[in-house]
Design a binder for this molecule. Sequence first.
Ligand code: NAD
Length: 295
Amino acid sequence: MTNLIDGKTLANTIKEEIALEVNEIRENDGKIPHLAAILVGEDAASQVYVRNKVRSCEQVGFESTLIRKDTSTTEEELLAIVEDLNNDPEIDGFIVQLPLPKHINEEKITLAIDPKKDVDGFHPANFGRMAQGLPAYLPATPFGIMQMLDRYNIEVEGKECVVLGRSNIVGTPISILLSRKAQPGNATVSLCHSRTQDLKSHTLRADIIVAALGIPEFLRGDMVKEGVVIIDVGINRVDDSTAKRGYRLKGDVHFEEVAPKASFITPVPGGVGPMTVTSLLMNTLKASRGDIYGK
Ligand code: NAD
């Protein structure tokens, strides 16, 4: 029987839990968690993502600050804003929405963020701590996936996991988290990418597959075994004149072919996507409590 992993409902449950905790903080006259987001430029998808993050903060009772700058903002100006937020005791954590305009070096900006406030978990200090199994802000999407596996009681220990795609924000960190000595974790992980030979031989023996390559419906029914657990990270716009917006969102997995063979599968949309924002809220709560680096 195929079970759907309902990311939307799970994300709402976690938000309710966070909201309860914020209520308690308020009753005890504690400091309300405060997330800031910097958005540079007019990228349509980024505007949607940032709006979503700010709205989610409001839903759980966090304070939020949105700093909007136009495309002409210089690297120096952005670095100055980052520095201000690093030093602002009111702000617990902040994010710089990527991608940035081409004239700004993303790596330089990421490195300028104080790791203590890096609730996106993109700073190499947090990435390194994660890899060593130390407390760290985990990158949002992989953190969300681990939450899903945990809350759905999906056995990970000792399983064969295959990750498709090795990006710094999804594929590589999720491969580390799945193989870490932790719960959930302790899996045997293969990290496949564009240079992998005979990819099907890997996916066919996988108990769990995380697909994060950005190719619509890449994983087909004949590439997986019966009972596989499928986590589909892909969000791809595919032209469709019959759809209201002229496109449909497709994952990296051919849902209709793969779902009948899967024991668990995430839909697109409504799977991994909603969990990403929840992870950011959880990291911000951790930042305000000083869970990772102390107060
Ligand atoms: P990316 O685009 O940076 O990299 C793609 C990866 O796929 C590369 O490592 C490449 O080696 C690998 N790849 C490409 N072709 C391949 C092939 N034929 N066989 C095997 N591997 C191949 O990846 P990303 O930024 O992690 O994004 C992946 C997808 O996930 C995209 O659709 C993106 O929109 C989506 N995404 C979703 C969320 C979410 O919240 N749900 C978050 C981030 C990314």
